[in-house]
Design a protein around this ligand. Structure first.
Ligand SMILES: [Zn+2]
Length: 362
């Protein structure tokens, strides 16, 4: 069994001075927790905020990349980069954790298709086309915008080029119309690296049954997100009523601007503790979403993409990545076989990477 989480925002936390070699307080992901959680690899997202564009976005992504490289080289006895399923299995055989890279938000590529190649050459193996706002590639799922009514003309070219070079297209965060466009233009399977099921929770970030069916019919994979707001409408309302999210965003922004300030760090920890005090959905709700996706498209098209380190609150029982095994225990208790669990825990996503890379023509 290879346990692979297809989406963690850990590089953003390195910018907040997290030392991944330590068992950090208030952290979702670091190497000791990954080890305790039995995790073999994860995609660490180079997340670029939607407010950044062009050269500024590129500089930000490169800063994340440089910091992640430094962190991996400082932990050379524990972790190594991986670009393929083969790399990941070789790392595992050496007892090393595999750090894959994804680019979350294609803004840094600008309108220069060759820039995509620079990220590919740096080891990035998927691009989440946009984040919380429309960009030069496509519309996001944020309501009321629709700049392009789906993919932009450049977005179509980008999907084509990603297919050619064997880079995975990530459809999380994009609008429904953008998704249907990607499915029309992509010659190879794609992934939703961190998305839930809209049938179970109505957030527009989640995928409808129709979208999940189309994704799977093209041999793609939906990787279930652990964010309670995407898992459960009840929690979404509780959070909105608490006012903690707006307050947390301000405190977090101050902390991000000055991560060496211990008072700002402490204020952020306090907000995180208050969020933990809200009535959160259980980790079993993650398995409800897995169940639903499996029920409509089968076991070969579902996985996990926690969004750890990118979410301010987690399900009850899944406070950090060291608890990940609970999800697989719950699957077992619900009757999934070991081979089913192997597929969901990482097998399906590694197969998808192999397929996309095997289809490259350049
Ligand atoms: Zn995201």
């Amino acid at each position: 069994m290879f346990v692979l989480d297809s989406h963690c925002d850990t590089p953003s936390q390195i910018l907040r001075l997290r030392d991944l070699s330590l068992d950090n307080d208030h952290a979702h992901v670091d190497f000791p927790k990954l080890r305790r959680g039995g995790v073999d690899g994860a995609f660490f997202a180079l997340y670029v905020p939607a407010s950044l564009k062009g050269a500024e976005a590129e500089a930000y992504a490169l800063k994340l990349l440089e910091n992640l490289r430094r962190s991996v080289s400082e932990n050379a006895g524990t972790a190594a980069f991986a670009c393929s399923a083969e790399d990941a299995l070789a790392n595992k055989a050496k007892g090393l954790f595999s750090v894959f890279m994804g680019l979350e938000n294609g803004s840094p590529i600008g309108e220069d298709i060759e820039k995509l190649m620079e990220f590919y050459n740096a080891g990035v193996r998927y691009v989440t086309l946009c984040h919380s706002a429309d960009n030069q590639i496509c519309d996001s799922c944020a309501p009321g915008t629709d700049t392009w009514n789906g993919l932009s003309p450049f977005g179509r070219k980008l999907v084509h080029r990603m297919n050619e070079i064997g880079m995975l297209v990530d459809v999380s965060h994009i609008s429904d119309k953008s998704f249907y466009d990607v499915m029309k233009y992509s010659r190879v399977p794609v992934a939703a690296t961190h998305s839930c099921c809209r049938s179970l929770a109505s957030h527009p970030r989640n995928m409808t049954d129709d979208m999940i069916r189309i994704l799977a019919s093209n041999d793609g994979v939906i990787q279930i997100n652990f964010y309670p707001v995407f898992l459960d409408d009840g929690f979404r309302h509780v959070l909105a009523a608490s006012g903690l999210q707006e307050e947390g965003e301000k405190i977090e922004a101050a902390f991000i601007a000055d991560p060496s300030d211990e008072f700002k760090r402490k204020a952020w920890y306090e907000i995180v503790d208050s969020l933990r005090g809200l009535p959160r959905p259980s980790y079993k709700r993650v398995v409800d979403h897995i169940d639903h996706a499996v029920e409509i498209v089968g076991i070969d098209h579902v996985g996990i993409g926690s969004d750890f380190d990118g979410i301010e609150v987690t399900p009850e029982g899944l406070e950090d990545v060291s608890k990940l095994g609970l999800v697989f225990e719950e699957m077992k208790a619900r009757g999934y076989s070991d081979s089913d669990i192997e597929k969901v825990s990482g097998g399906n996503f590694l197969r998808l990477l192999d397929t996309v890379q095997g289809c490259k023509i350049l």
